[in-house]
Write a protein that binds this ligand. Structure first.
Ligand code: NAP
Length: 229
């Protein structure tokens, strides 16, 4: 049976993805910030046994790639999904943001996913899939981030780094997917969001698995629709 590494799995979309892939029989490496906030994740271990393999630690740490590689041991990955993200300051105003908050936002949302992916890609099987939870807010063409410009800019930076990496890596051995999960009922998405975590994660799981064996770079939503960069 296949396996997947998922980041940002204490809650929200990441926790939902862990549940979805465990229910489908995959082994899941769940990269999680801290055991102290991981009750819901740890509870999944009770029903899915050793197919759930938590790896604890802040993903922005410089040692995070080595920690994940050590957890994999000799295993190759079929899929990796870099999902962890933050919203940034609630004011979303470039005039107010300080250097520390700027660094945290762009590091977590854009740099860390690429750092981890570049270290882990050699361990992903040929034809495997590397997915990144982006957002339609990162689309320059759609221009939908007026109310959340800092967050949107961090996802645009993620998309830009993905496209540059894909270009440098041609011909691709894997699919590299920027994925918009929809507007989802999570701590980040809020209670008025139209989509449940389950609807989003089941769609994302279908999209990721449908790209097994296709070596391409694309920006897709949770229903598989192409989004403009
Ligand atoms: N919800 C939406 O409508 C929506 C729409 C478009 C895109 N997205 C994207 O989807 C992804 C998941 O969003 P969500 O709504 O599920 O958010 P969420 O409920 O706020 O959960 C975010 C997750 O990321 C983890 N995380 C953040 N920084 C981390 C770090 N440095 N190290 C380890 N874990 C870290 C959090 O861990 P802790 O619990 O330890 O903080 C948490 O598990 C994000 O990339 C987000 O930008 C969401």
């Amino acid at each position: 049976m296949a396996n997947i590494l998922i980041t940002g799995t204490t809650r929200g979309i990441g926790l939902g993805l862990v549940r979805t892939f465990l229910d489908q029989g995959l082994t899941v490496y769940a990269a999680t910030r801290s055991e102290a906030h991981a009750d819901a994740l740890v509870a999944l271990g009770a029903t899915h046994g050793d197919r759930l393999r938590p790896v604890f630690g802040d993903l922005d740490d410089e040692q995070a790639p080595q920690r994940l590689l050590a957890a994999l041991g000799d295993e190759a990955l079929d899929y990796a999904l870099f999902n962890a993200g933050i919203y940034g300051p609630s004011h979303q105003d470039p005039a107010q943001i300080d250097t520390r908050a700027t660094g945290a936002l762009f590091t977590t949302n854009a740099i860390t996913p690429l750092r981890l992916a570049q270290h882990l890609a050699p361990r992903v099987v040929d034809g495997g899939v590397l997915g990144f939870t982006s957002s339609q807010m990162g689309s320059l063409a759609l221009n939908r981030a007026a109310e959340m410009p800092l967050y949107g800019a961090s996802k645009a930076a993620l998309n830009s780094l993905l496209r540059s990496w894909a270009e440098r890596s041609a011909p691709l051995r894997h699919s590299i997917l920027a994925l918009h999960p929809g507007w989802v009922q999570t701590d980040m998405g809020g209670g008025q969001a139209p989509l449940t975590v389950e609807d989003s994660t089941q769609g994302l799981a279908r999209v990721i698995q449908a790209h097994r064996g296709h070596a391409l770079c694309a920006f897709l939503d949770y229903q598989g629709e192409t989004l403009p960069w």
